[in-house]
Design a protein around this ligand. Structure first.
Ligand SMILES: CC(C)(COP(=O)(O)OP(=O)(O)OC[C@H]1O[C@@H](n2cnc3c(N)ncnc32)[C@H](O)[C@@H]1OP(=O)(O)O)[C@@H](O)C(=O)NCCC(=O)NCCS
Length: 179
C-alpha cells in the first residue's frame, strides 16, 4: 500500500470492479479518457484477469480517500503505470477519479504525487510522464500541481468530441521532483 496525504493507493480487488463499470460508463468521467467503447462488468473482469498477469510495476492501484480521522476510507478511483520502459527508465501514468463528488478537492493531485514518488524513489525510474487532452483543464492543473512540466504537444492527435484535438505530454524528472 502507498500512503499519501489525502489518499492511499492499494492493489485493485475484484470487489472494486462494479464501481469501475459504473464510473467508466459515465460520460463526464469518460470525456478525459482514451476510451472508445462502453464497458460491461464482464469487460472489467476480463481486464482485471489480464492486469494480474502484467508485471508488478504495471499493475494498477485503487485510490482510497482518507477521511482525515477515524481510519475510514472510500474507494474513489484508479491510478497506475502503463508502458514501463526499464531500459530508458520511464513510465506513463494513467489516472481517473470516478466518484465526481471528489473532483477538485486535491485527491487526484495527491494520488499522482504518491504514485510518482514510488516510481522515482522505489522503482528507480528516471522520469514519469503522462498524456492529457488539451481541453482537460482540471487534469492539466492537477498535474502541474503535482510537479509535472509541459513537455510537448501532439497536434490533432485525438479525435474527441467530434473533432481532432491536441494531446499534451507532461512529465517530471527525478531531479525536479526531489527539488
Ligand atoms: C483529472 C483528475 C484525476 C484530477 O483530479 P482532481 O482531484 O479532480 O484534481 P485536483 O483537485 O487535485 O486539482 C484540480 C485543479 O484544477 C483546478 N480546476 C478545476 N477545473 C478547472 C478548469 N476548468 N480550469 C482550470 N483549472 C481547473 C482546480 O481548482 C484545482 O486547482 P487548485 O487546487 O489550484 O484550485 C480528476 O478530475 C478526474 O479523474 N477526472 C476525470 C477523468 C480524467 O480526466 N482523467 C485524466 C485523464 S488524463
Amino acid at each position: 500500500m502507498l500512503i499519501g496525504k489525502a489518499v492511499r493507493l492499494r492493489r485493485v480487488e475484484r470487489e472494486d470492479l462494479p464501481r469501475f463499470t459504473v464510473w467508466l460508463n459515465d460520460p463526464e468521467v469518460r470525456e478525459g479518457l482514451e476510451m472508445i467503447y462502453p464497458v460491461s462488468l464482464a469487460n472489467e473482469q476480463a481486464w482485471f484477469e489480464e492486469m494480474l498477469r502484467s508485471e508488478p510495476a504495471a499493475q494498477q492501484f485503487s485510490i482510497d480517500a482518507l477521511s482525515g480521522g477515524g481510519g475510514a476510507v472510500l474507494h474513489i478511483g484508479i491510478i497506475g503505470f502503463h508502458r514501463v520502459d526499464w531500459k530508458n527508465s520511464h513510465a506513463e501514468i494513467g489516472v481517473f477519479i470516478g466518484d465526481k463528488a471528489f473532483w477538485g478537492r486535491g485527491f487526484g493531485t495527491d494520488a499522482v504525487r504518491t504514485l510518482t514518488r514510488w516510481g522515482l524513489n522505489e522503482l528507480n525510474l528516471h522520469r514519469v510522464w503522462l498524456k492529457v487532452y488539451e481541453d482537460n483543464k482540471r487534469a492539466i492543473r492537477s498535474y502541474e500541481k503535482a510537479g509535472f512540466r509541459h513537455e510537448g504537444r501532439l497536434r490533432e492527435d485525438a479525435f474527441h468530441r467530434g473533432r481532432y484535438c491536441d494531446t499534451l505530454v507532461m512529465g517530471v524528472l527525478r531531479s525536479e521532483f526531489e527539488a
